[in-house]
Design a protein around this ligand. Structure first.
Ligand code: SF4
Ligand code: SF4
Length: 122
């Protein structure tokens, strides 16, 4: 039997075969695409944090630099911590909580006001 004969003798009606239901995985795929598409055009703004180190209170133990999961803090040549990569900070608060001298504070930065905001306020 050649390939052509198979096509002619056994026509496959996909609609009938699946009874109108989407093929396995098709529905989930479409749903996932729908979810992905839902946020299109609405770019979520990334939160940024300000890390303040009050060096006068710091005893240079190095806990903050050693345990920051994002390596935002490094120790300088004087042995004191400096914030070298604030853009990587997730605001987890680990440094603030674990500093034995309460020498660090982490706060979320407020979003910059746009001209539209100014206009809305009058
Ligand atoms: S808040 Fe977390 S990520 Fe940010 S500097 Fe402190 S320990 Fe690192
Ligand atoms: S954890 Fe506190 S005391 Fe220790 S180095 Fe960092 S800021 Fe200084």
């Amino acid at each position: 039997m050649s390939k052509e004969q198979v096509k002619v003798d056994q026509p496959v009606d996909t609609k009938e075969a699946t009874d109108g239901a989407p093929a396995k995985g098709e529905g989930a795929q479409a749903e996932a695409q729908g979810h992905r598409g839902a946020g299109k055009g609405k770019k979520r703004e990334r939160k940024t944090y300000e890390i303040d180190i009050f060096r006068a209170w710091c005893k240079a133990c190095g806990i903050c630099a050693a345990f920051c999961p994002r390596q935002c803090i490094e120790m300088d040549e004087e042995g004191l911590p400096v914030v070298t990569a604030p853009e990587r900070c997730t605001g987890c608060g680990f440094c603030e909580i674990h500093c034995p001298d309460f020498a660090i504070s982490v706060a979320q930065k407020r979003a910059k006001r746009t001209e539209e905001d100014e206009a809305a306020d009058g």
